[in-house]
Design a protein around this ligand. Structure first.
Ligand code: PRX
Length: 572
């Protein structure tokens, strides 16, 4: 018999089938103050609304520093701080619609900045603090960033590219500004200049509140715009899928540089008035387990690579901790192995609920729910109110068990508004009539559960981070010794995929381990610490089409010992 994990006794979504039939998006509107005539703004609904009711003194944020010290902020405090920051930004010259980037570690200032920017009607651009200076430049230049909010050590890191950022007017520094450029202002001065009573700007549903840069298989990362209209979907999925309740303490391990860290690390849970935990430090099995215990986390959202790392850290370690408050775990970003689900059941007696969605979808699309049977290895079923399908190139739905493109019927509330200054890229998602094409391959079983098969393009997922081969190749060829580079994702048991580079050298350079190390360091500092090739092969030539495009497909097939397929376009 097929392996399944039975439903939990209760869940905010009691009956999936009934909800699929009866649910109407309009029913979520009443959860928001704007449905009663209040201002329309994500920041208002996430924070200010709660500061006006009994949640004023409830903890909104437990921000745990890398050294374990905790800063706590109530909804009331967050409301005042973010109002100060929003109006302080306006005094600095910021305007509605400005792109304001936040390049910070996970500290309270990051959260104050994210909410503050959206409160004054800005488009916030979160940047993961692991990004190097070239990655920051690509994004800030493309978006025409007007302000960057950062810290002294990250400011140091981007000095080499600051002069290239032609639209940049101010740099807000969390810390001391001594010896920094004239455009630098202190975060605390911005706060001090602001008005704690400032009211959020009234926005339109189709006004963007955030720009998330994400990778495709061609070109540099693109700026995906999500709109204030994403609110209902982020709220209802936080209720149905995360299954958040009033007394929960919730921890999302994703950084707000990525969409999980904003849709479900900030906005969704805060629309429900949930207390969230944020941890500044990096992954460490013992530290993570101890945070779950110390904060009595009830719902935990993380990623398969982290879960696999915990699994590797051994069953003995799990036994040292008490997870009695934890109801369930959610997972996102890469395929969740059935083996990991079994491990969590065996060692912690917790279910892991896989969730599938993308930066472009803005919120959950295909998920598991507490009150639904889990089929380990499946991503689950579409959220009520959204239609997903597996289709062929013409948009015909594939029969159960047949591979096809994972697609969604356009028009779900949190669907991206567009791609910043790149309408052709946006249109590419809608080339199959009647569908949004996700770029993933999947099949659906007889009962409507979706199963992930892989990407339909060259996009790499390493430890859950989405990377385009082109951006890694572009960084590589800037190294003095590199002539050409072809980059692929190589399957890896722990990280899902690792970045593998095939490199030809410029005349006068010889392959060596030292050179590999130098190239690795170069990519880490310029692009991002997770983007470097963990494997490098020096080769004499790369397979190319007659028009000179590197055939990554051939590199990958050769690497995996698979047939290389049609080579009729190969140059040589
Ligand atoms: O390939 C799919 C994979 O991550 C891609 C989206 O990446 P990103 O925009 O960075 O968003 C990640 C978090 C929302 C998808 O096209 N992916 C996401 N979730 C899953 C997944 N692959 C398998 N199983 C999942 N649950």
């Amino acid at each position: 018999m097929e392996e399944t994990i039975p439903p939990m006794e209760s869940g905010n979504l009691h009956d999936y089938e009934v909800a699929c039939k009866e649910f109407a998006w309009a029913s979520v509107d009443k959860e928001f103050d704007w449905s009663k005539g209040s201002i329309y703004n994500v920041a208002y609904e996430a924070i200010d609304r709660h500061a006006k009711n009994w949640r004023r003194n409830k903890i909104a944020l437990y921000s745990v520093r890398a050294d374990g010290v905790v800063d706590k902020h109530t909804f009331g405090e967050m409301s005042e701080l973010t109002s100060r920051f929003a109006s302080g930004l306006l005094k600095l010259g910021a305007k509605k619609g400005d792109r304001i980037f936040v390049y910070l570690d996970r500290t309270p200032e990051l959260y104050i900045s994210m909410i503050g920017v959206t409160k004054m009607g800005g488009i916030v651009g979160p940047l993961f603090s692991a990004l190097g200076h070239d990655a920051v430049k690509d994004r800030a230049l493309d978006a025409g960033a007007n302000i960057i909010i950062t810290s002294p050590y990250l400011y140091e890191r981007i000095i080499p590219v600051l002069d290239d950022l032609i639209d940049l007017k101010k740099i807000v520094i969390v810390g001391d500004t001594e010896g920094m450029c004239d455009r630098c202002v202190k975060f605390e001065d911005v706060l001090a200049s602001g008005d704690p009573e400032y009211q959020a700007e009234n926005m339109a549903p189709t006004d963007p509140y955030i720009i998330h840069y994400t990778s495709g298989s061609t070109g540099k990362p693109k700026g995906v715009l999500l709109g204030h209209r994403a609110m209902p979907q982020q709220l209802i999925t936080s209720k149905w899928v995360l299954d958040l309740r009033e007394d929960d303490t919730y921890w999302c391990t994703a950084d707000p540089g990525w969409v999980t860290g904003t849709s479900y690390g900030i906005f969704g849970p805060w629309y429900l008035g949930t207390s969230i935990v944020s941890y500044e430090g990096r992954f460490d099995a013992r530290t993570w387990y101890s945070l779950l215990e110390r904060f009595k986390i009830t719902v935990w959202y993380t990623a398969p690579t982290a879960l696999r790392m915990l699994m590797r850290a051994g069953d003995e370690l799990v036994k040292e901790f008490n997870f009695s408050k934890l109801r369930h775990v959610c997972s996102v970003g890469e395929p969740l192995n059935a083996e990991v689900i079994r491990w969590a059941m065996r060692t912690m007696n917790k279910r892991i609920h896989d969730t599938w969605w993308q930066t472009e979808t803005g919120a959950h699309i295909i998920c598991n729910y507490p009150a639904m049977t889990i089929r380990p290895g499946s991503m689950g079923r579409p959220i009520p109110g959204v239609i997903a399908g597996v289709v062929d190139e013409e948009g015909n739905e594939a029969p159960p068990g047949t591979e096809g493109y994972l697609a969604i019927r356009p028009g779900w509330p949190s669907m991206m508004l567009g791609v910043w200054r790149n309408t052709p890229k946006f249109r590419e998602y809608f080339e199959v009539p009647g569908w949004y094409i996700s770029g993933d391959l999947a099949y659906r079983d007889e009962d409507g559960y979706f199963w992930f098969l892989g990407r339909a393009d060259d996009v790499i997922k390493t430890s859950g981070e989405r990377l385009g081969p082109f951006e890694v190749e572009s960084a590589l060829i800037e190294h003095y010794a590199v002539a050409e580079a072809g980059v692929i994702g190589k399957p890896d048991e722990l990280r899902g995929e690792i970045v593998k580079a095939f490199i030809t050298l410029r005349p006068g350079n010889e392959p060596s381990e030292d050179l590999k190390e130098d190239i690795t360091k170069f990519v880490k500092t310029r692009l991002a610490y997770y983007a470097y090739p963990r494997e490098i092969d020096f080769v004499d030539s790369l397979p190319k089409t007659r028009s000179g495009k590197i055939m990554r497909r051939v590199l990958k097939a050769k690497e995996l010992g698979q047939p290389v397929g049609d080579l009729s376009t190969l140059d040589d």
